[in-house]
Each structure stands twice: as C-alpha cells, then as structure tokens.
Design a protein around this ligand. Structure first.
Ligand code: DX5
Ligand code: ZN
Length: 223
C-alpha cells in the first residue's frame, strides 16, 4: 500500500484568503483538495477554472481537484490545463470516463474516479487500470462539516481488495467527515489518501491538525 497522504480541503477555509489557507498547510500536507461544485450535480456552488488557475500559481502544493459537476468529460482536461495535478470526475456524472481518463493521463495528470456513498465500487473493477485513485465519498457530496457515513467503510475494504487483487497502485481517497477520530477507521479499512476540510480549517492550528491526522492514520494502517 502507498504511504499516508493528507489533502486539506479548502472548502472549509476563508474564501477571501485562499492563498493564505494553502500556505498554512504547505509544509505538512501532501495535496490541496479543491472542491469544484456546479449547483447541479450537487446543491452547492463553489469555484471554477479561474480560481483553480490562481491557486495553482499561489501554492507549491499540488492541487487535487474534485469535480462535483455535470458533464465532467467536457471540463476535466480544462482543470488539468489550469494547473491541477490530479483531477477526479464522478462516476455518476461521467458519460465516457475511460476516454476522459486517457485524455487526462496523456497530459500527465493523475486521474481520480469519484463514487458517491450509494454507488457500489464492484462495477468499477474492470476500469481500475485506467485510473490512479478512487475517491470514496464518506458523506453525500455538496457540503463540508457533515457526519461521516460509517457504512462506507465496507466499500473502502472492498475497494482495497479489488486494488490488491489487480496488483495496481490505485490510491484510495476518503472524503467527508474525516477527522482525528474517523481517520483511523478509514486507514484500517485500507484508505491511503485522506481529505479533511473542517478538521483542518476549523482547527486553531491547521498545520498541527494535518500532522495529527497523519500520525493517527499511520498508526492505524500499521496495526
Ligand atoms: C464535500 C467535499 C469535501 C468536503 C469535506 O462534498 O467533497 O471535500 O470539503 O469536508 P469535511 O472534511 O468538513 O467533511
Ligand atoms: Zn471533495
């Protein structure tokens, strides 16, 4: 399994000071998670290409762009061109996920496939070779600060067995309600990339919160 990686979500940061929010975790985090929401795929609207392009210039952290939008096939490469190092499209919205994944990879961008809590992972076993990461939503997408859905842990376990059986280096990212307490259960179940919004930006010291999440995940994945 690959190493623990922490991806603070700027959804919970101060949107008037995104550069500073990125800077606050730049020494400790592995990625900056950027939630793009279009008000259609999810009932919330956040930010788009110009903000991603600005953030890419403002931070040394690689951007993990999570597209919660309709028509991701049309937009994914544009986010890569704007500077995202990883682009996640949702299985529920993509019409041609394999073509989009290949287009992203052709440009050197990592590809994530996102699954909502009610979307089973089993149907995606055959496409694991086309992607670099599975993003398993541990809340319904749309908002930060929601309660972690315990039942998704079974899906994390199944995803980890599918990835191991295929002998692929596909990362498993959990997103939603990940905090200093739930992070350990996610790591035990086989997740290796942890998105945390409110647990990082709601803390007095975001960098210390990132370190704490990493320690707890490392400890749990060793046990
Ligand atoms: C929710 C977003 C998450 C969100 C997580 O739809 O995809 O990335 O920022 O926020 P927390 O960690 O507060 O649940
Ligand atoms: Zn997200």
């Amino acid at each position: 399994m690959s190493r623990t990686q922490i991806a603070p979500s700027i959804l919970s940061a101060d949107f008037t000071r995104l550069g500073a929010a990125a800077e606050a975790v730049a020494g400790d985090a592995d990625w900056l998670h950027v939630d793009v929401m279009d008000g259609h795929f999810v009932p919330n609207l956040t930010l788009g290409l110009p903000v991603v392009a600005g953030l890419a210039k403002a931070t040394s952290l690689p951007l993990d762009c999570h597209l919660m939008i309709e028509e991701p096939d049309r937009w994914a490469v544009r986010y890569a061109e704007a500077g995202a190092a990883s682009v996640t499209i949702h299985a529920e919205a993509a019409r041609a996920p394999v073509r989009t994944a290949r287009d992203l990879r052709a440009g050197g961008t990592r590809v994530g496939l996102g699954l909502n809590p009610a979307t089973p992972v089993d149907g995606y076993a055959d496409v694991l070779g086309e992607i670099d990461m599975l993003l398993l939503m541990t809340v319904e997408p749309g908002f930060g600060g929601q309660q972690f859905l315990e039942f998704v842990l079974n899906k994390v376990r199944r995803a980890r067995s599918l990835v191991s059986a295929a002998e692929l280096d596909v990362w498993i990212e959990v997103d939603g309600g990940v905090d200093h307490e739930t992070v350990a259960r996610c790591a035990e179940a086989g997740a290796d990339v942890f998105v945390a919004g409110s647990a990082v930006y709601g803390a007095d010291d975001p960098a210390a919160a990132v370190r704490e999440l990493r320690e707890r995940a490392d400890r749990a994945s060793r046990s």
